[in-house]
Design a protein around this ligand. Sequence first.
Ligand code: F6R
Length: 588
Amino acid sequence: MCGIVGFVGKGDAKKFVIEALKKLEYRGYDSWGISFVEGNNLRVFKETGKISEIFPEKIQAKTRLAIGHTRWATHGGVTKLNAHPHTDCKQNIAVVHNGIINNFESLKTDLEKKGHKFISETDTEVIPHLVEENLNKNNSLLEAFQITLNKLQGDFAICLIVSKENKIYVAASGCPLAIGIGKDAKYISSDLLAFAGFTSEVVFVRDGTMAEVGENLKIYDIKTGNEKKVVFQKIPTQIHQAERGNFKHFLFKEINEQPKTLEKIVAMDQKEIETNAALIRNSFGTFFTACGTAYHAALSAEYLFARFAKMHVNTAIASEFPAFENFITDKTLLFAISQSGETADVIEAVKTARAKKAKVFSLLNNPDSTLGRLSDVVMITPAGREIAVLSTKAFTSQLGILYLLSCATAGGLDKAKKNLKDASKSVSEILKSSNIDQIKKLAQKLKNSKNLFTIGRGFNFPTALEAALKIKEVSYIHAEGFAGGELKHGTIALIEKDVPCIVFAANDETKDAILSNAQEIKARGGYIIGVSPKNHPVFDYWLKVADVSDLSPIVNIVPIQVLAYFLALEKGLDPDKPRNLAKSVTVK
Ligand code: F6R
């Protein structure tokens, strides 16, 4: 989480850092701050809220050196004092940090005993104080930085500046960090997007290394202090900021892009799909792992592979993966699914699997990401950059590719492609303005609901989970998804008059059973919203979708994505940046 940025060189550092932070706001938007050197003085400016909501023009100084941070709070509430950068007692050292310092409490207690005064509740603040402490012992700044880093337990990407040096000191362990090499400047960021358009040459700050970034660039091993070879790499120059076009919000734009992204999947290289399907087919023990929405895609994979490949694949929420790591061997295939390719828990699972010599296959939406670099095989979902915090088009793309892979393992790719093409047309149909108006009306009706439930069976059980997640994360209505048969094992106690329940009634072998479950809810006063190709007397409200057989999960989720969007609008919420969330979850 959090985005960090730095600039050193010719040009207006402060301007670059603020513009870059705006691009990285999707990584966290609780608060932000920048630090730069003016004359010989270190200046720090921070604010709570979104960068776009205040006027950075207040910061007048022109400077050739600056660091900045956009925060997703981990330790300490959303306050100005907890915003980064953090400084030492004398305000000579400023630090921005992405990650978590697990042993910060004991480090803080020690430093307090030595007289250091802390003003925030964050873990990060120990870093400038530790550097200050080590500088007091006559170490050079580089030495003080190295000693400090060796005391930190946890994950970090760090940028540090001091009042009297024209360099930025950086380090990484478990969090991404890259240095862009320009003609007259160096750009630092946790995300390549920050300097896209400025340079295509980068140096990745590898785990366990630190760097001095000034006119020259030097990289060192954190443990030994030995200098390391600087490895320059080229990044694709087409990474660019997505535009909203005629849409008011990225979320609605991205929902509307789905027919096109699904068509792109139909057009994907046949050989790539068949080769990768064979890899899954021939592997011994396949684990799918992911978080959040991507985990729902992984769960769908379990159903898809059971049906079409007649294979049992295991799925694990990435943060729970450690419980199963004893089953990973050099014959295992770990299949990681991630939109961003930067999710900390997924990266951790992949690193564990690699250490056990398992093969790693990643399905990613970001073509240049940490997970991509750690994987043996990568498939890219052709959804294009997702900016809204809610994952929509990446999710349906993941489902589309998993469907093709599962069918290809049984030699059924051509037919599967045809079915996916039909599903893409059905998604277009749902997005027609008459249907959108109908969903808008439903949002008006549901906007004051306190609780909402979603149910589905078989292929549509993961759909129910995903639908509930979409609704709760953007509208803040408490929504829970269940396998249709499960609600009566406890949760049905919460059904009372007018509690809305979305029922995914696909025209498949689960139809009769799920409609019975809908009856059970209705009998207790529940308000039934049916997502189905056919209307049914049990439905109080019917959202019509086409009958696309095994692809119903792709088609069924779309009206609920739209519903979630309009629920947010009805409640006066920002659909692109829901509270407490961030697009990339880079902490465990
Ligand atoms: C929900 C959502 C999250 C992500 C999850 C994993 O709309 O976007 O649940 O799916 O944080 O992120 P990625 O796919 O980037 O690994």
